[in-house]
Design a protein around this ligand. Sequence first.
Ligand code: HEC
Length: 163
Amino acid sequence: MNNKQDHAFIRQFSGVIAAFVVLTIVLIFVARGVEPEVEEDGISSRAVLAEQRIAPVGAVRSGETGAAALAEAAAALTALPDAEDVVVDGPSVYNGLCAACHESGAAGAPIRGSADLAARADERGLDGLVQNAINGINAMPARGGNPALTDEQIRASVEYMLQ
Ligand code: HEC
């Protein structure tokens, strides 16, 4: 190789190196965009997420804060829905809850459409039956065991039972 060829080679080779340097810089910026830097903040929020995932399902509630949390949970469980939001659908209430006892006659529950139920209706009237269904009577739990049911829903399901 003569001097001229050396010069040409060095020029080309520097060009290639420069191209690689530019490519490297471009790649660094692209990579930053794809994977945001993990800062201390990111690590701590990951730790919080991990804590949430492995947290026990139950919790021991004690003292004043425990009592407050329990009261809140109990209130949420028994909170009555707003009257206008409630769909009054006797058959679906009956089938979803009352049928468990009133189709089979479990524990002496009067069976839907039976003579027993008709006799009770004759004796107490629809209002009397509804009152007993709301308040509970003997083995019949108040509101069938679901305190969230409204009076209207109980009445509709009793009417359906009588059909
Ligand atoms: C856990 C079983 C059970 C469920 C659930 C249940 N009942 Fe009853 N129900 C009974 C039993 C038992 C009786 C009979 C009580 C008695 O007269 O000794 C009864 C009686 C009744 C009576 C007759 C009350 C009377 O005055 O003689 C009505 C009406 C009634 N249930 C309505 C309902 C409705 C409406 C639901 C659903 C919202 C429902 N029940 C859910 C067990 C159940």
